[in-house]
Ligand binder design. Structure first.
Ligand SMILES: *Cc1c(COP(=O)(O)O)cnc(C)c1O
Length: 489
């Protein structure tokens, strides 16, 4: 299958590209994204066929329906990376928490957040495509905390790929920072940028606009690629677990095949829920996709009012930082699916020029047939963490936002799958505060406090971080990153 462009074609790009081309150069005409030309239709037969399949078997068969230009052996090696998860026979446990509410735990991979679900196999595939073409790629990533560790972990020692990861020196948790600065491999470089996530992102933009940087890459024969969730190579792996969760509910006797369920996703850049949207379009019985936001409620406002408005432009720092976002990139792929390329180009041009776009009444109706949304404040989230804990379930602040939408946006008679996107260990100070009232604890103290309170062990890979040698100790101003990176390359 080939891939086409969300904003139409500008006559300088090919009319359609293969999967490998789409993942190596993910930006399409007019700054658009690549999407599959059509979606495979799976239907009930596919679900019935996989009722006793392992996660890996399901993933391989679903991938094969896309007919992408990646050798079967490579796909097998890629999905074999789910063996690195806590339980290789069940990498994504689905846990019943209360009546009609199930939690899909997407965080059992090597870096303890949902980013591993896609980045683990994606890293293998990107490296193999680069090797086949005998080309060298540089992945530049600015991270607010979860993408960085997952990208470093997957590309570590992979051939033909180098990674430079920029993180905000004042913007990540201790655990997240240690996960990055202790990664030891000659193809990885981690740089702290003085400031917050916006500063790290603007440092990246500054670099990408530099003519001397581009010339230096060309001279070294290095091309740029991207590992953020605009890359369809990540999205394709994020379709699988939505189907898996549905099958899990069938296996647990909660539903019968054909029955509709809610998929409730804590959303930021919209990559996770986009996988659910595609799964629904491929035939998965979904009642509604529920979008959970934090106080940066841009997605909630879009779905409730049809207006995407970031003219005020102020990002709030919340206790669920992976959802602190104004420009949510993957919404564009939904616009394309619902309204076509010409309209998507118009809307995105409005956003670029005026920081706002407005859907028509008909367009809004179409959007609301698929999605509902609400947002959860930090203090509400804290209450949900505490009350879920009292009922026996320990969760992180991102997951907590879904408990709000479960209450406000779901019909309680219909089963919900809520997505848990991070282990408690990644956001321990917030959780410790919710459980014990302790303020501003550093990670090492908060981890111990929760471990004691909840009687859970701190996983070895988290505990071990505090004793590991720091490999990457540079923290610099954005003006100095070009020199620092060229030194590394
Ligand atoms: C990345 C991330 C999200 C948001 O996922 P999107 O695909 O960007 O919507 C939510 N929670 C956590 C913990 C994350 O790391």
């Amino acid at each position: 299958m080939n891939f086409i462009e969300t904003r139409g074609n500008d006559a300088t790009h090919p009319l359609s590209v293969t999967f490998s081309e789409a993942i190596l150069s993910p930006i399409a005409s007019y700054g658009g994204l690549y999407v599959p030309q059509t979606l495979p239709q799976l239907g009930e037969d596919f679900l019935k066929k996989h009722i006793s399949s392992s996660y890996k078997e399901l993933a391989l068969d679903m991938l094969s329906t896309f007919e992408i230009d990646i050798e079967h052996d490579v796909l097998e090696e890629a999905v074999a990376l789910y063996d690195r998860f806590d339980d290789p026979s069940n990498p994504v446990p689905v846990v019943k928490v209360k009546k009609n509410l199930y939690v899909s735990e997407l965080y059992h991979g090597p870096t303890r957040a949902f980013k591993d679900m896609a980045l683990q196999p994606f890293g293998k595939i990107l490296s193999s495509v680069a090797q086949e073409k005998a080309e060298n790629y540089l992945i530049l990533a600015a991270t607010s905390g979860d993408t960085g560790p997952a990208a470093l972990e997957t590309f570590k020692n992979q051939k033909n790929i180098q990674v430079v990861c920029l993180y905000p020196a004042n913007g990540t948790s201790d655990v997240q920072r240690l996960q990055m600065v202790t990664e030891d491999a000659s193809n990885l470089k981690v740089i702290g940028i003085k400031g917050n996530f916006d500063d790290a992102q603007s440092a990246l933009k500054y670099l990408l606009a530099s003519q001397s940087f581009k010339a230096a890459l060309k001279e070294k024969n290095i091309s740029l690629s991207a590992a953020n969730s605009v890359n369809f190579g990540r999205i394709i792996f994020q379709i699988v677990y939505h189907i898996h969760n549905y099958l899990e509910l069938v296996r647990q006797g909660a539903i019968t095949i054909g029955e509709k369920i809610y998929l409730n996703v804590p959303s930021g850049n919209f990559g996770n829920v986009l996988g659910g949207f595609y799964a629904q379009n491929m035939g998965l019985p979904v009642e509604k996709l529920v979008i959970s936001s934090n106080e940066n409620n841009i997605l909630t406002r879009l779905i409730q009012t049809g207006v995407y408005d970031i003219r005020e432009g102020d990002l709030k720092l919340t206790t669920s930082p992976a959802m602190d976002i104004l420009k949510s990139s993957n919404v564009e792929r939904v616009l394309f699916s619902l309204y076509g390329a010409q309209r998507t180009r118009e809307l995105m041009a409005d956003l670029d020029a005026h920081n706002i776009y407005t859907l028509s009444e008909d367009e809004l109706k179409k959007l609301q047939e698929v999605f509902v949304a609400d947002y959860c404040s930090d203090s509400e989230g804290k209450e949900y963490i505490k009350s879920a804990f009292n009922d026996g379930y320990l969760m992180d602040p991102h997951t907590a936002t879904c408990f709000k939408t479960f209450d406000t946006k779901s019909d309680p008679k219909i089963k919900s799958v809520i997505y848990s996107t991070a282990e408690w260990t990644k956001f321990s100070p917030v959780i410790a505060n919710a459980l014990t009232g302790e303020e501003n604890a550093v990670d090492s103290v908060a981890l111990e406090a929760i471990s004691k309170e909840a009687k859970v062990e701190i996983p070895a890979m988290i505990k071990g971080l505090f004793d590991k040698r720091i490999i990457h100790d540079s923290v610099i101003e954005k003006e100095d990153i070009e020199r620092e990176i060229l030194k590394f390359l």
